[in-house]
Write a new protein. Structure first.
Length: 154
């Protein structure tokens, strides 16, 4: 199983760390608040774009997690659960809803036919391509803002 983004990037979790850190300055709180504000707007944009194409934000995230999974074209329900930070049974229910909408197909894994793989259908591929293009454009628009905030935090 792959590592979580926190583990992969070494981001400390609240309450953990090695030793005392200097207190944050007011300017750092302002940067962190602005960064979170910008992310919130991006997430609102993302949710609206998904809804406009008949998807919930979680369904969009699931399709992106399947398509963007490193080195694989299809994922197990467990891998989907890990990528979305949800429980396995929640991922199975999400997969059921996606399959009912003809957005994913289930197929047996070639190495172990007892294992199920989830893959995107052509319908999902088309919706995800449209969403991903608009998200890429929005991230390109936000890049200077996010970069400036991160640079100020350094």
């Amino acid at each position: 199983m792959s590592k979580s983004p926190r583990a992969a990037t070494g981001v400390a979790q609240p309450g953990r760390g090695s030793g005392r850190k200097p207190p944050l300055r007011k300017a750092e709180y302002e940067i962190l608040a602005e960064f979170r504000y910008t992310l919130r707007h991006f997430l609102d944009f993302s949710g609206g774009a998904a809804t406009a194409l008949g998807l919930t934000p979680q369904q969009h995230q699931a399709l992106l997690a399947i398509k963007g999974y490193p080195g694989k074209a299809a994922v197990t329900p467990g891998e989907l659960a890990e990528r979305l930070a949800i429980r396995h049974n929640t991922a199975v229910e999400l997969a059921n809803r996606l399959a009912a909408q003809d957005l994913i197909e289930r197929r047996p894994a070639p190495a172990d036919r007892r294992q199920v793989l989830l893959a995107l259908t052509p319908t999902a591929e088309a919706k995800l391509a449209a969403l991903s293009a608009s998200h890429r454009d929005e991230l390109r628009r936000l890049r200077p803002v996010l970069k400036a905030l991160l640079d100020r935090l350094s």
